[in-house]
Design a protein around this ligand. Sequence first.
Ligand SMILES: *Cc1c(COP(=O)(O)O)cnc(C)c1O
Length: 360
Amino acid sequence: MKNIFFTPGPSGLYFTAEQHIKNALNENIPSISHRSKSYVKMHQETTEALTELLQLPDNFTIGFTSSATEIWDRMSENLIANRSLHFVNGDFSKKFHSAVAAHGKNAESREVEAGTHHDLSSVVMDEDIELIGLAQNETSTGAAMPVEDINLLRSKYPTPLLAIDAVSSLPVPAFDFNQLDSLYFSVQKSFGLPAGLGVWTFNDRCLEKAEAMKANNQYHESYNSLLKIAKMAQKHQTTCTPNVLNIYLLGKVVQDMNTKGIGQIRQEAAYKSALLYNLFESHPKLSAFVADKKFRSQTVGVANVEGGSEKLIAGLAAKGLHIGNGYGEFKNKQIRIASFPTHSKEQIEMLVDEINQLDF
Ligand SMILES: *Cc1c(COP(=O)(O)O)cnc(C)c1O
């Protein structure tokens, strides 16, 4: 039986990843020095492929960390001297807020109910907010913020650094990188790679902020501090021995995505998520958790399951189809289904058919 992982992270590997892993072993990628010429070339190929996929402007740097969680700490250290504002609508957006607070900064949390997202058109904030944290795709609930709303927020408040968590949605949303300052993801979600690599893109406004904090003796010289990451990135290197295998795999998978075309990936994402929400709306025991269609994620579909989700999840697992349970308090009440770029239209169609046939 072939297992297919529709879990929202870790998830199914990108469909070309296995071959790239074999190639990596043949090329001795796990054993090369991270200071060698072959590493530097490989690192550059990965960042160039990603720059093309995301259409990153020249004033952005790509840095590598151990995880997205680490990036919350790095931002807390060196992008916020005093105050930040966090749009919280689930567990991941909350975790960033907690990380900043744990660094002793004055982190304000604006919270809305799980399954909803913020109305950014009516936001008012103080002038001294230095950084805004927003999870574009709240993986715990399946609520996503449209890119146009993020751009609107930016036009109203151009001064604070805008830090976007796109961990479980990239590369699907078409972000305008001229309207944000810091955006990050981990590779085990929609890039379909083994866990253990965080990717942090940040612009020169972030570098200026860190320099200003340094001048004020507010800067933290941690091993992966922003300015160190940026300095090493110029040389296509990292501050310490990174996850070399994953940096290689990310480059290969992103090259495959570039060959396929981001337009095609986005079109398929819209189709697959429409199949899932159609299921949630038509099945008598399912209902979409995110009621407002405007805020429904295209990469993580979340549904309430009448009578509980355990039987459905177990029934599918018995057929090799693995979906996620609810997050936190919704553990046994909901299902979460990833429709990432690796998940084909046919796989999602088959999953929908199986759910329709199952007795749960
Ligand atoms: C998974 C996830 C994270 C954390 O990623 P790690 O790789 O576990 O550090 C952060 N934000 C969101 C929205 C996530 O889905």
